[in-house]
Write a protein of this length. Structure first.
Length: 422
């Protein structure tokens, strides 16, 4: 399936190439397990978004049911799903519906019986709240992961804990929670950590006010500007021709099966006509995450996944007119461009033709879209109560948000899956 087939804007909740059937099925869950699922990104040492820690603000049995309803076992067929669980829940067998090849059950204290039960079921085990005490060594030898909180110990003690665990249990992988900056991520990486959770992924690493944007991305920005200003087709074709890679990409999009072309599209003029302005604009915006390559390729893919989930949620959380929802989608994507490019947002906004409403929110001046972006950022940081308060002020249907959140997440997963090779 083609890259842009997942980026078309369609009425909700009709199944279409833009909205996978699984996402539609989840869009309005009516059973009692409906809940806002929280997801914390798990980034590996190569900066890949390798999975999520899942949770929900519910009593534990209801939370585990909600994770099953949210298709976490299906997700864990191919990627990491870290699921917090109590020893009591394991004893009652409540974990069994969530067992999958990449589900990792996180115990918050050392419980020998629970570890034995999980191991007997063939499940992967993560332990938190651990130390270097001798009596804990036997359980640590049965665990796959140790989850450490960066800020629970003085830094020197934390370094010792990491290094000693790495030496004493070489098969035990370390996951560090509370990593808020790339400097902290690199520090923990040097101490033997394999996985990281925290705010660092969506935080700028080194922002250079004088940084230059590479030519392919500048070509994309120029095309985006022409599209925003309703430029004539010849002007857009002339810009696209400057970059052979861009020409190839646009032709690939136009020839995707979803566009139903009986004959192959071979010219930029045909391609632009087939795609249309709105579809092309969205595709160019998303492609910005994949034009860099090099050392940041894996990180950029991780950022794209977060941005797509954010953008789709913003687009579908309200009943605003479609033009407003299209702008909210762009707000979600563009909100990570400064992190992606290592350039101050003000510099980027200055290069792009954007509506005043989009410009205001990207520059941190709130504006009409500010509360929407703040809400989704709070949700992505597991601050559900604060997010729901804003949702109430915006007049959103709070009962529908769990389904919207799950559908947005599923949509982003499908988008990444079907566009990885494009």
């Amino acid at each position: 399936m083609g890259f842009l087939s997942f980026l078309k804007s369609k009425p909700e909740p009709v199944a279409s190439p833009a909205t996978p059937a699984a996402a539609v099925a989840d869009a309005s869950p009516s059973d009692e397990t409906a809940a806002l699922i929280t997801r914390t990104e798990i980034v590996d040492k190569r900066q890949r978004l390798s999975g999520y820690r899942f949770g929900a603000a519910l009593p534990e049995p209801a939370m585990l049911d909600a994770l099953v309803a949210a298709q976490v076992p299906g997700f864990a067929q191919s990627r990491l799903a870290l699921v917090p669980i109590s020893a009591e829940a394991v004893s009652a067998g409540l974990h069994l519906p969530l067992v999958a090849p990449h589900t990792i059950f996180l115990l918050d204290h050392l419980a020998a019986d629970a570890v034995a039960a999980l191991r007997a079921a063939g499940s992967q085990i993560a332990l938190s709240g651990i130390s270097l005490k001798e009596e804990e060594a036997a359980l640590l030898s049965q665990a796959d992961l140790a989850v450490l909180s960066l800020h629970e110990h003085p830094l020197a003690e934390f370094q010792t804990l990491c290094k000693q665990l790495h030496l004493r249990h070489p098969n035990l992988k370390l996951m560090v929670d509370g990593v808020d900056t790339w400097e902290e991520q690199r520090m923990c990486l040097s101490w033997g950590a394999s996985y990281f959770m925290g705010l660092f992924l969506t935080t700028a690493d080194h922002v250079d006010p004088d940084a230059r944007i590479d030519q392919s991305r500048m070509t994309s920005i120029e095309l985006l500007n022409l599209l925003r200003t309703d430029a004539e087709l010849p002007a857009m074709i002339e810009v696209a021709k400057r970059d052979p890679g861009m020409t190839y990409q646009v032709l690939q999009w136009a020839n995707a099966p979803v566009n139903g072309q009986a004959t192959k599209v071979t010219s930029l003029q045909q391609a632009f006509m087939v795609l249309g302005r709105n579809q092309l604009y969205r595709g160019l915006t998303v492609s910005m995450f994949r034009l860099g390559g090099g050392a940041n390729k894996e990180r950029d893919e991780s950022l794209l996944e977060v941005a797509l989930t954010r953008a789709r949620f913003l687009e579908t959380c309200s009943k605003l007119p479609q033009a407003r929802r299209d702008e909210l989608f762009l707000v979600g994507l563009l909100s990570l461009f400064d992190v992606l490019l290592g350039v101050p947002m003000a510099n980027l906004v200055g290069k792009m033709h954007l509506s005043d409403d989009i410009r205001e929110v990207l520059l941190g001046n709130e504006g009409v879209y500010g509360p929407y972006l703040t809400m989704v950022l709070l949700l992505q940081r597991d601050k559900v109560e604060q997010a729901l308060a804003i949702a109430g002020e915006l007049g959103l249907d709070i009962d529908s948000l769990p389904g919207v959140g799950q559908a947005a997440f599923q949509w982003a997963q499908e988008s990444m899956k079907h566009t990885g090779a494009d």
